[in-house]
Design a protein around this ligand. Structure first.
Ligand SMILES: Cc1ncc(COP(=O)(O)O)c(C=O)c1O
Length: 442
């Protein structure tokens, strides 16, 4: 029996797997100040200083980080021609940008922020606890042969649809850890292959992501030498992502963009289990306050955050519970049940969720490549629907009316977070383009 979703303007679209926008009626000002939340904004500052302290080590482990002195950052690009091609040329769309995590160094996706952070913070914690490094000692000692030998008796495990596994696997192997990645059936073969080449043990499950995580968790539970990166519950992953929003502060200033009550900022964030988009949302609320409005985006058959948050249920609701299939080409977003931790934090903080179909993902992937030279995987193109939903869709217009933003849309800024793709092998990327071209010529 399927679960009943409450009455909502988006309900029938959701159940029929038609692209739609759901507005969160519990969205409210200063949600980040809620003292009942399981984390506090100061933790984002701690994560920021962790990244800074670890930067020399990251630079030593990953030569590609030399030019940023160990920082893992992405560019912000204003979309001029692409916004026209997407149908957002009019002044009512304000300014439109892409935040290109698709080209993030080390792991080629937004997962570099969470996965690399968690593995490196764990490594430092372990090394300090076991006396491998002293208080004043150079953090780069953790890249020494002695440290590698020490780390090699520990293993890092994670469940993944692909990109988190890549990021955790790359980070773990860079320090000398053993690593096991439990992949869901959605994982793309090239991601599996890349990990195996790095010496990561890949366990492929003929099951969805939730099952892959459960298997990873129980395999890790009995072994004290295994550290499990828990995508369903990890604060560390979440905080690693959260620091991303602070990059936007300087970047938007460089473009002369103000964010204040008269100049709202809209962020569009592809969502799987919710950790990456939730972390970025939390960070954005910390730095921009209520002038930033964050929306998750999910495939029409995998809208796990949407159905759970719309349901209002205390128990997690999955997409299967409402009769959807969780089937999509967007492997990073093929998740049937969101993280309970992220659901709690986002309850009053997330403005809404919109859904997209796979054909649109391929169309935008092709356009972004042709017009802007971006290299995206399907999941990463999902945010391009954002400006259209906010400005044109009845629920988007009602949202803007309610928040008194309708008159300010011309001064608004839309940031489409493009979350992955630069590591996609050429052959696979050509296949994406072919799929898109075939449906264009139909
Ligand atoms: C490219 C890409 N975008 C977005 C996401 C969603 O992140 P999360 O599962 O943390 O919501 C993923 C997850 O793997 C991804 O690979």
């Amino acid at each position: 029996m399927t679960l009943q979703l409450p009455n909502d303007p988006a309900r029938s679209d959701v159940l029929s797997a038609r692209p739609t926008l759901w507005i969160n009626s519990l969205y409210r000002d200063d949600a980040i100040g809620d003292t009942c939340l399981p984390l506090v904004p100061d933790q984002v500052d701690v994560a920021q200083s962790d990244w800074e302290r670890l930067a020399p080590l990251l630079e030593t482990c990953f030569p590609e980080l030399k030019k940023t002195a160990g920082a893992i950052r992405s560019d912000l690009t204003e979309l001029h021609a692409l916004r026209e091609a997407l149908g957002y040329g009019g002044g009512e769309f304000g300014r439109v940008f892409a935040k290109a995590d698709s080209a993030l160094p080390v792991a080629g996706s937004i997962k570099a922020r969470g996965g690399v952070y968690e593995v490196f913070v764990f490594a430092e914690e372990l090394a300090r606890r076991e006396g491998l490094i002293g208080d004043r000692e150079d953090i780069r000692h953790l890249a020494s042969a002695e440290a590698r030998a020490f780390f090699s008796s520990y293993s890092i495990a994670v469940g993944s649809t692909g990109n988190l596994g890549l990021s955790v696997g790359v980070a773990a192997r860079a320090l000398g850890f053993e690593a096991t990645v439990h992949m869901s059936s959605d994982a793309k073969p090239w991601k599996v292959e890349r990990l195996r080449k790095l010496g990561v043990k890949v366990v492929q499950h003929e099951a969805d992501y939730t099952t892959a995580v459960e298997n990873a968790r129980s395999a890790a539970e009995d072994d004290p030498a295994v550290y499990f990166v828990d995508d369903e519950q990890s604060r560390r992953l979440f905080l690693g992502y959260s620091v991303a929003a602070s990059e936007l502060v300087d970047q938007l200033q460089t473009f002369g963009v103000a964010v204040d009550a008269d100049h709202p900022l809209f962020l569009y964030l592809p969502c799987g289990i919710g950790g990456a988009p939730g972390g970025v949302t939390y960070g954005a609320k910390k730095v921009f306050g209520d002038n930033a409005h964050c929306f998750f985006v999910e495939p029409v058959q995998s809208p796990c955050a949407l159905v759970h948050m719309m349901s209002g249920s205390e128990e997690l609701v999955s997409v299967y519970d409402v009769g959807l299939t969780n089937s999509t080409e967007a492997d990073g977003m093929a998740v049937a049940r969101m993280s309970a931790f992220v659901a709690t934090v986002m309850r009053n903080m997330l403005a809404g969720v919109f859904t997209v179909d796979d054909a649109s993902l391929f169309r935008w992937l092709l356009l972004a490549h042709e017009v802007q030279g971006l290299r995206l995987e399907p999941s990463a193109a999902a945010g391009f629907a954002g400006p259209g939903f906010i400005v044109k869709h009845p629920q988007g217009r009602a949202f803007c009316e309610r928040l008194k933003l309708s008159d300010r849309l011309r001064q608004a800024t839309h940031v489409v977070w493009t979350t992955g793709g630069s590591f996609v092998p050429q052959e696979q990327f050509d296949q994406f383009l072919e799929i898109a071209q075939a449906s264009r010529s139909r």
